[in-house]
Design a protein. Structure first.
Length: 683
């Protein structure tokens, strides 16, 4: 197979690399996915490594799936066994495989942030004089995780939050262990502990994977870097692909120094730069290069467009009076590009802050323009999904967190008094909460509540078998939906909604979960084991809105959410100081500049930027100044429109006049009709 076909010289050099450390600096739009796929496939087909010896770590399940699909499409069965997935998926695989050494049951559960907050709430109750009602649980959890991962900032201040976190951190870890569950942070922490405490396990993993590759390497944090070191140090066959100029997640722990220092950390490292851009016009890349060149601490790299990508159209900068004008400007630009035969899905509106998005969204609604906001609430954050997933988790990987969530959902007469008695009994007898539920008589629980608990326990035990016991013409997903409807969950959902329409939407979420289950099972044998893997997959899932990209809608998103995407037209709104760089969120100016660079390099054909001369801040309209990033770009590289509009010429003018006359005629006709209906006739 010719894995080098169609690749440029730099890409070919990267694909032909076999052993030792390799850093591929892949600029925006430089074809890094093609390089990863080709290198993986070539090594397997040329027997540099068997498929099962190759491990590719990614940051999204979507990226991992795409890589595996493209490799297996060319290799066929020879590609079976290739491991590609996220860091968290990798950690889960290690813990499932070596669960005994990690002190976990074979079917340990995974808990999300909501579950972790519930655990913290219970722990805080037990701390005397804690003023428990005033603590922000999300903040507490974030600080605890920083301590667990070693990322906690050094601070001289020691307020009530720090005091509470110091008390809660060991208790929280102990409670998760007692519950037999692992949280998302634990999926990285525990494998590292395992490698440290059991060198023989680390050796097995190192022997299993003779080739390690990491995508989006600039987004790795310290723990992920530790994991990479551990897996690769026996053979040093480590290839990382990334772009330091697109490192924009420092606020969530990503360390740009990982990619900057990689050649020094790994001796004899080969560095290959992919600087040929296959996405954007040369005019757009000129702006991007000029902007990012102001960052000093970076690998030198200049993006170059292919000759065919030169359009002769400079990026445009529009100066508006106020933010309301900017919103209306966005609408007029969309209509302008529609007249040029672009579709709505060809346009992306990017901004730094979500508050900007809300204002633009309201203007699009008024104009009747279809849009989609990326990075919205995932379907798996919906209460209905969390409830059903808790039932499934409890049936296959029992833990106290799941049980407490569903013990009275839908209501079955198990109230707070009963729960307090069961908790007290479990602590007194040193039992698990689940064991206490089974011994409800000894805990002096009233019979009505006790029988309800018995019913729930039996229901949970039989749930997986009953889901798979479906009728011909039905499916496991449909059967699951029916089971929960029969349980009374449908009535509960409808009863908790404010109106029938809202109730239907809530129940539709349940039906969607059924369809997702059927889609996951596909042609697999209908076995309980696959429902277990379905639960794991859903808890680690990150790509539930893939189909949105195929809908003909304008895309609204923050600059952070735009990374990895591309659009024919990008409108970058709010290029002002205090917005970009952001006054409160943008303490690292280099990272804010990289964020601007990411936004610019999303555009393929046209880049439109806007800024306002004044903007409302804290309820007061104040003057705004241009973003320093805009001022750093030579004025010859863009076209500026100080009046907020481009001159109207040719066909555009005719279209606008025609549209104006048409609207005027509609208004006159409507006025005549209204007067005629009111028995007032105009002659």
């Amino acid at each position: 197979m010719d894995w080098l076909k169609g690749l440029n010289p730099e890409q070919q050099k990267a694909v032909k690399h076999n052993y030792g450390p390799l850093l591929i600096l892949a600029g925006a739009g430089s074809g890094k996915t093609t390089v990863l796929v080709s290198r993986t496939g070539r090594m397997i087909s040329e027997k540099v490594a068997q498929a099962s010896e190759v491990c590719v770590l990614t940051f999204t399940n979507k990226s991992a799936r795409e890589l595996k699909h493209r490799v297996s499409h060319k290799l066929g069965s020879a590609g079976n066994g290739l491991w590609a997935g996220t860091f968290h998926s990798f950690g889960l695989q290690i813990l499932r495989r070596f669960h005994k050494h990690a002190g976990l049951s074979p079917y340990f559960g995974i808990v999300d942030q909501t579950d972790c907050n519930a655990v913290l709430k219970e722990l805080i109750k037990d701390i005397k004089n804690s003023g428990k009602d005033k603590f922000d649980l999300d903040k507490i959890l974030s600080m605890i995780n920083d301590r667990r991962t070693g990322l906690a900032p050094v601070t001289e201040g020691f307020d009530e939050y720090h005091e509470m976190v110091e008390i809660l951190t060991p208790k929280f870890a102990k409670r998760l262990e007692h519950l037999g569950v692992v949280d998302f942070e634990g999926l990285l922490i525990k494998p590292l502990q395992l490698f440290k405490e059991h060198p023989e396990i680390l050796e097995k993993v190192q022997n299993q994977f003779s080739q390690l590759m990491v995508d989006e390497f600039q987004d790795t944090n310290r723990m992920q870097m530790d994991l990479i070191h551990q897996i690769s140090k026996a053979h040093n066959n480590i290839t990382v692909v990334g772009d330091d100029d697109q490192s924009i997640y420092g606020w969530r722990g990503a360390e740009v120094k990982n990619i900057l220092n990689f050649p020094q950390e790994f001796k004899n490292c080969e560095v290959i730069k992919l600087e040929r851009n296959y996405r954007s016009s040369s005019e757009i890349l000129d702006v991007a290069n000029a902007a990012i060149s102001k960052n000093k601490n970076r690998h030198g790299k200049v993006l170059k467009a292919e000759a065919s990508q030169t359009t002769g159209e400079l990026p445009e900068v529009f100066i508006l009076e106020r933010e309301e004008d900017e919103c209306e400007f966005v609408v007029s630009e969309i209509l302008h590009f529609q007249r040029q035969d672009f579709q709505l899905k060809d346009l992306a509106i990017l901004y730094r802050s979500n508050t900007q998005g809300g204002l633009i969204e309201s203007s699009l609604r008024r104009a009747g323009i279809a849009y989609n906001i990326s990075g919205g609430t995932s379907i798996f954050d919906r209460k209905e999904i969390k409830d059903l997933m808790a039932y499934l988790k409890q049936s296959l990987a029992p833990n106290e967190v799941s049980l407490r969530r569903i013990i009275n959902v839908p209501p079955r007469g198990v109230g707070d008094t009963t729960l307090d008695k069961l908790t007290e009994y479990s602590q007194k007898k040193r039992l698990t909460f689940m064991d206490a539920c089974r011994l409800w008589r000894e805990a002096e629980i009233q019979e009505k509540a006790g029988f309800a608990i018995d019913f729930l326990m039996n229901f949970i035990e039989e749930l997986p078998k009953n889901i798979l016991d479906f009728n011909v013409g039905s499916s496991p997903g449909a059967k699951m939906v029916q089971i929960f409807s029969d349980l009374g969950y449908r009535d509960y959902v409808y009863g908790s909604a404010t109106d029938p329409k809202g109730a239907e939407k809530k129940w539709m979420v349940v039906e969607i979960l059924g369809r997702i289950l059927d889609s996951y099972l596909g042609r697999r044998a209908y076995e309980v084991e696959y429902i277990k893997s379905f639960i794991d997959c859903m808890l680690l899932r990150d790509d539930l809105n893939e189909d949105e990209a195929n809908q003909n809608k304008v895309q609204l998103m923050t600059l952070h959410a735009s990374k990895g995407l591309e659009f024919p037209i990008v409108i970058l709104a709010g290029l002002e100081e205090d917005l970009l760089p952001h006054k409160n969120l943008g303490s690292d100016i280099d990272e804010e500049r990289r964020l601007f660079y990411v936004g610019v390099t999303r555009a393929k054909q046209k880049l439109v930027m806007s800024r306002c001369q004044q903007r409302k801040k804290n309820g007061v309209v104040r003057p705004s100044t241009p973003s320093r990033f805009l001022l750093e770009i030579p004025v010859a590289l863009y076209k500026e429109f100080p009046m907020g509009a481009r001159p109207v010429t040719g066909q555009d003018r005719e279209d606008l006049v025609s549209s104006f006359l048409s609207n005027l005629n509609l208004k006159i006709d409507s006025k005549l009709e209204n007067k005629a209906n009111g028995k007032t006739v105009i002659k």
